[in-house]
Design a protein around this ligand. Structure first.
Ligand SMILES: *Cc1c(COP(=O)(O)O)cnc(C)c1O
Length: 366
């Protein structure tokens, strides 16, 4: 069976480095924030071309804090997309705001920036573009619109570590960039983790206060904060793994190019990458009208696949209170019925890649 994802392969390659990093934290006796986290924060900020990074306990925590630090308060509206992982939208609701959706672009499946202007009202405070699958939203026109209406922009870069657009890094263009280090992400901790990056010293300080119970001075709680701190062990692990990230990204891109060249283009739609984007392929998603059958047949033939995502957020059961219905976001709804993610991790061997392709193509032979 070719697994959709297998982290043990990466672990074997960097086992010694990881183990000594973790053991030194255990020996040091300080387990939350501290030197390992600070060191990782400065390396990650540099990696993202920003002045500051703030390590937190998850990507969701990063989004939640970024929204609060951006000044989002109850009854504000925040514009985002319905075709994303649920955390993008849940964090807006945690901040007390109302998520307002714009549909995605039919080619790239990321935010259709042309449709944002129509959704801006007196109540709009921020926009959350999601760099879905590892490809960035068209940030130029989005930033222009944001500055015209004085809106904050919070990039959800949870799937786009190291992605660039005209040589600018994901997360560095908006007021904030939010990252997840969930183990399966392109840069993953050995547990949960996340980060906020920003060029504003003021906003970075505010994010640090929010992640640690809203205190500027110990036990003097100015804001209603959270326990969203990053573990020292995760800081140490991420510090080790960051050194390999570019190499891993290149492997993902090699695999994506191989898939693109060899999939039967008459029958299967490969992902479309805009020319100005350096896509990091967190996920490689093909589209077909016969998705269920293809997934089942591939599984029977030993290829595990995944669906990102089967139900757009506006139609999720827990979001019923928002009052959306089927047909409201037709591009997202159509994508949810057609997308299928193929295995794409840096350690996937060439023979496994060839196997994936031949099995996918074979299902379409008549
Ligand atoms: C993974 C992910 C998140 C949430 O990150 P966690 O670390 O799991 O909290 C948010 N947005 C997107 C697009 C993601 O893929």
């Amino acid at each position: 069976m070719i697994r959709y994802f297998d982290l043990t392969r990466q672990y074997k390659q960097i086992k010694n480095d990881l183990q000594s990093a973790v053991i030194s934290v255990l020996d040091g006796g300080a387990y939350v924030l501290g030197k390992e986290v600070t060191d990782f924060e400065s390396k990650f900020a540099k990696y993202c071309q920003t002045k500051h990074a703030v390590g937190v306990s998850s990507g969701t925590a990063a989004l939640h804090i970024a929204l609060l630090a951006a000044g989002v308060v109850p009854n504000d509206e925040v514009i985002t997309v319905p075709f994303t992982f649920i955390a993008t939208v849940s964090s807006i609701i945690y901040a007390g705001a109302k998520p307002v959706f714009v549909d995605v672009h039919p080619d790239t499946l990321v935010m259709n920036v042309d449709k944002v202007r129509d959704k801006i009202t007196q109540k709009t405070k921020a926009i959350v573009p999601v760099h879905l699958y590892g490809q960035m939203v068209d940030m130029g026109p989005l930033m222009q619109l944001a500055s015209e209406f004085n809106l904050k922009v919070i990039e959800d870069a949870s799937q786009a570590h190291g992605a660039t657009q005209e040589s600018r890094s994901a997360g560095s263009i908006g007021d904030f960039g939010c990252f997840s280090f969930y183990p399966g992400k392109n840069l993953g901790a050995c547990g949960e983790g996340g980060a906020i990056v920003t060029n504003s010293s003021k906003l970075a300080e505010l994010a640090k206060v929010y992640r640690d119970w809203g205190q500027e001075k110990r036990y003097y709680h100015k804001y209603l904060g959270f326990n969203y701190r990053m573990d020292a062990i995760q800081g140490a692990v991420l510090g080790v793994k960051l050194r390999f990230l570019d190499e891993w990204t290149q492997s993902r891109q090699r695999i994506a190019n191989y898939y693109k060249r060899n999939l039967d283009a008459d029958k299967i739609k490969s992902p479309i990458t805009l020319n100005n984007n350096n896509h990091v392929y967190h996920i490689y998603t093909i589209r077909t009208l016969e998705r269920e059958r293809l997934q089942q047949r591939l599984y029977e033939h030993g290829v595990e696949t995944n669906i990102h995502y089967p139900i757009p957020v506006h139609l999720q059961e827990c979001m019923r209170c928002l009052g959306y219905k089927r047909g409201d976001y037709p591009i997202a709804e159509k994508a949810a019925n057609e997308v299928l993610s193929l295995p794409i991790y840096p350690e996937l061997t060439e023979s496994e890649q060839a196997d994936v392709i031949s099995k996918v193509n074979k299902q379409f032979e008549r």
